[in-house]
Design a protein around this ligand. Structure first.
Ligand code: GLN
Length: 189
């Protein structure tokens, strides 16, 4: 099976592992840069991107992560998407692998956390999307493919082998987002 790393310094990583293992993948928690070695892909989970950054900017993790993400599929969900984005508002460091501008906590208090359903280009039923203090994608560059919108905002995007969503797919009983990541992996020989 594919070996998928789940960044486990903070945030919603355990649920990602359960989903991926339920799909037949093997997983590894990643807390140090050497744990990226040999992975087929990586999940950057939700949490608090500023807190994630604080950990990731220690001990040479950041360049190792940038190198990994440039060469292997990554799925960033919510705070993880913020880490993958080209530009973050308010400004903070990011990996720049998805040519999007994201605004943190953009939906305000009342719409902070909610479940919505929206059609997507993925086969099957509308996606159930759990938003928790979600970022808003306010701009997408031409290389970015939008796979789902909620209202008129892009909420699921991809650029090459890099996938991002503003919601928490690990909290819905729907494996289609994780399947996108597994499908982006090189076949195991
Ligand atoms: N509000 C968080 C941030 O800005 C993201 C929230 C989440 O990952 N659920 O980093």
């Amino acid at each position: 099976p594919h070996l998928i790393g789940v960044l486990a310094v903070q945030g919603a990583y355990a649920a990602h592992q359960r989903v991926l293992e339920g799909m037949g993948a093997a997983t590894r928690t990643v807390r140090q840069s050497h744990e990226l070695q040999g992975l087929d892909a990586l999940v950057l989970p939700g949490g608090e991107s500023s807190t994630l950054l604080h950990f990731l900017q220690q001990d040479g993790f950041w360049p190792a992560l940038a190198h990994f993400a440039a060469h292997r599929p990554c799925l960033g969900t919510c705070a993880g998407l913020i880490l993958l984005a080209q530009t973050v508002q308010p400004a903070q460091p990011s990996l720049g692998l998805l040519d999007v501008t994201v605004q943190r906590n953009a939906y305000g208090r009342q719409r902070e956390s909610r479940i919505r359903h929206a059609p997507s280009v993925l086969p099957g039923a509308p996606l159930e999307m759990v938003f928790i203090r979600a970022p808003r994608i306010v701009h997408c560059g031409p290389a970015v493919q939008v796979l789902a919108y909620s209202d008129s905002d892009p909420v699921l995007v991809r650029q090459g082998h890099t996938i991002g969503c503003t919601f928490h797919p690990e909290l819905s009983g729907d494996t289609r987002i994780h399947q996108l990541l597994l499908d982006a992996c090189e076949p195991r020989g």
